[in-house]
Design a protein around this ligand. Structure first.
Ligand code: DGJ
Length: 697
């Protein structure tokens, strides 16, 4: 039983971690513990009782409350902020009851001590995955509407201390997911998105250590949010040695009018702890995402070809078939036609919204192309960007009011497009109808769902409630459209793309099978981006293409090796590739097929970080430790260069492993502890594939 209830005290235990809280003498729900699992219930600390420290910092401020609502003298960053109909803006929560459902979910019910308001803190324990899910719901049990101005999913408290270091991901379009590590000092560090989507700029993920953690050692407290819209992380260090992280919906420009008898539920936050460094923190998330989040986390992803960087908008039946022929000969399994295929789409300034095949490019619809692709033994996939509309489209001409806009302001166009208001049910129904028709009439097995701009002028003139609800209603609308289509077409594989990695989060991975990580396909840049992505997401979600970026400078093999670290795709102009390139690609694709299960479903070890080393390496080990694939890259070091040994990880020390190519045999201990000498020139890379051998050396 992962949940233990003691009098006014609760302990949540996973395989190796624990989380505890209880009521203190003042009746406040007080955080007590988050870290390694302890042996006895009595080992867990008791709640801190009320104390005062001068008239400037009273008890409410000093108590590490599990979920502090703004009230009284709490000058810390609160989780909840509400205005009641009479203008009162204090929420005084009192413990009411607790219940456990399905063995793994604890609900703590709180009530306001004056107003008809119920708040429930939900905790689900994933015992085997060493993770805790937390979310919050709030119910208006009265007769008048109340206004929610902030409602986070959770507050995660660290053990008392103020010497922590925060790791997070930052970037921009073409340059996503760089790892940043910085000391957390007194004050509040905010990471957020105000862009209506997850964003390229930050990711809703935090990892906190004591300042010296490595890939293999050190305590890490980490968490993330399963949400694809505006989010916020506020990591606060108080002057009283309290460090805590708030995570949830962004309260910037947010309001939600909670009508009588209605309940509002926040997205989920997931939190975990490990004493074993960054690598183990990633393993925990990877395993959880594969096992519990992804719709088909245990299936192998297909090797795809995508036409975008080859043809841009210039697609057509004959030219796509020409590309498909070469793709099929090279061993590609899925052919995806990108942007440019639909009504009047010649450039980015027209067509979005009109989701039927362009009559000039595809006079007989998509069927002849799809039939040809299928006859070559490949599945067919298609690009769409449902949330967008070009003013030059039939859809916009018919429904200009369907866009997000303020009537008295000019709507800013980015890439000549506006955003449909996904909060509206008529917009949702239109999109469901259009895309369902496409999927029903054509044998489409893969959809790339793109989203190419961020929001501006976030108005909703005829909103059902407060216009500021748009931030949340948009995302619920998006989820509804996507989920409805998924349910109707369960065999379709979905990719989440937002100009590359602008929508990579655990919320979207309940719908999407894989993510387009970045529009930057230059291999050396990609090494860093992929390393950042791998902090959270497993390799089977990491779509990576070999394109013509760097062609002539970076060898084809190097470009392939970088993409083979994830779900391999090809995006180069195959008609421009010479016979040698095609042959080499064919061999590399065949090689990828032999290591694909290890990469996509195995454990990842980041051996040498590309952010810190011009010689970097990653290793994948199959779950049964019978095989391993090691990728080593040298970008640039001036000569004469000295290269360090590489030490593998994750193998069984006693077992014998053979290098599939050279037949060199050593024990797991030998590969891991004696090290492998590296001999590589600039822009050279190598894959080592090891297999456990039945016989001794
Ligand atoms: C942005 C995506 O990231 C690209 O891969 C491509 O699909 C373009 N959009 C198409 O407009």
């Amino acid at each position: 039983m992962p949940i233990h209830t003691l009098p006014n005290y609760w302990i949540l235990e996973t395989r190796t971690t624990a989380y505890a809280f209880g009521l203190n003498e003042a009746g406040l729900l007080t955080h007590c513990y988050w870290g390694q699992r302890l042996t006895q219930p009595g080992d867990y600390p008791q709640p801190v009782n009320p104390m005062n420290w001068a008239s400037f910092s009273g008890s409410a401020h000093l108590t590490p409350e599990e979920y502090p609502a703004y009230a009284g003298t709490k000058f810390i960053d609160p989780c909840l902020k509400i205005t009641f109909p009479d203008g009162v803006r204090d929420v005084v929560l009192r413990f009411d009851s607790a219940d456990i459902t399905e063995n793994d979910t604890l609900s703590i019910h709180l009530k306001d001590d004056h107003y008809p308001l119920k708040l429930t803190l939900h905790y689900r324990v994933y015992e085997q995955h060493d993770l805790i899910e937390r979310w919050t719901s709030i119910e208006n049990t009265g007769e008048s509407p109340i206004t929610i101005e902030r409602i986070y999913s959770a507050e995660w408290h660290l053990p008392r201390g103020d010497q922590y270091r925060l790791s997070h991901l930052t970037g921009r379009w073409l340059d996503e997911m760089h790892i940043r590590r910085e000391p957390l000092i007194q004050g509040i560090k905010i990471l957020e998105s105000r862009r209506i989507t997850t964003s390229h700029h930050h990711n809703p993920w935090f990892a906190i250590d004591e300042g010296s953690a490595t890939e293999d050692n050190g305590k890490i407290w980490f968490g993330t949010l399963a949400w694809s819209g505006n989010w916020k992380i506020a990591a606060e260090v108080t002057d009283f040695m309290s460090t805590r992280v708030n995570i949830g919906l962004n309260d910037f420009d947010f309001a939600w009018v909670l009508q009588p008898k209605e309940t509002f539920t926040t997205p989920s936050s997931f939190g975990g702890f490990t004493p074993n460094g960054w690598g183990e923190a990633s393993h925990i998330l990877h395993n959880f995402i594969r096992d519990r989040v992804l719709p088909r986390g245990d299936t192998l992803r297909k090797i795809l070809y995508n036409s975008w960087e080859a043809t841009f908008f210039d697609v057509g039946e004959a030219s796509q078939i020409e590309l498909a022929k070469i793709a099929a000969q090279m061993g590609i399994e899925l052919f995806v036609m990108d942007d440019g295929w639909f009504h009047k789409r010649d450039l980015d300034n027209a067509g979005l919204g009109d989701w039927w095949p362009d009559e000039r490019k595809f006079p007989n619809g998509l069927k002849p192309l799809i039939d040809a692709v299928n006859a070559m033994g490949m599945d067919f996939g298609l690009w769409i960007e449902p949330e967008m509309v070009n003013p030059d489209s039939d859809l916009y001409r018919a429904h200009p009011d369907w866009t997000i806009h303020f009537p008295t302001r000019t709507s800013t166009q980015l890439r000549s497009q506006l955003i449909l208001n996904m909060g509206r049910s008529d917009v949702q129904d239109y999109l469901i109808g259009q895309i369902d028709k496409l999927l029903s009439e054509n044998n489409i097995r893969f959809i790339k769902w793109d989203m190419n701009r961020n929001v501006s002028e976030p108005g909703w003139p005829d909103a059902p409630g407060d216009q500021r609800e748009i931030w949340v209603r948009y995302v619920y609308g998006l989820y509804r459209v996507w989920q409805t289509l998924k349910d109707k077409h369960p065999d379709v594989i979905w990719q989440s793309c937002s100009g590359g990695g602008g929508r990579a989060d655990m919320g979207i991975l309940r719908l999407a099978d894989q993510i387009w990580v970045s529009d930057n396909t230059e291999a050396t840049a990609r090494l860093n981006i992929q390393e950042g992505f791998s902090q959270i997401f497993p390799a089977n979600t990491m779509e990576a293409w070999v394109t013509d970026a760097g062609r002539g400078i970076v060898p084809l093999e190097f470009r392939f090796h970088v993409s083979m670290c994830g779900t391999l795709g090809i995006g180069g102009h195959l008609l421009h590739w010479n016979e040698n390139e095609r042959q080499e690609a064919t061999q590399l694709i065949a090689q990828y097929k032999t290591i694909r299960p290890i990469v996509q479903l195995g454990d990842l070890y980041r051996l040498r970080s590309p952010q810190e080393n011009p010689v970097s390496a990653v290793q994948y080990v199959s779950k049964d430790q019978s095989e391993s694939a090691i990728f080593i890259f040298r970008t640039f070091i001036s000569e004469p260069a000295q290269l360090p040994n590489l030490y593998l990880k994750g193998l069984e020390p006693e077992a014998i492993y053979e290098n599939v190519k050279t037949h060199e045999r050593k024990s797991g201990a030998g590969w891991m502890y004696a090290g492998i000498p590296i001999t590589l020139n600039n822009l050279q890379s190598i894959i080592i594939h090891l297999k456990r051998s039945a016989t001794n050396i």
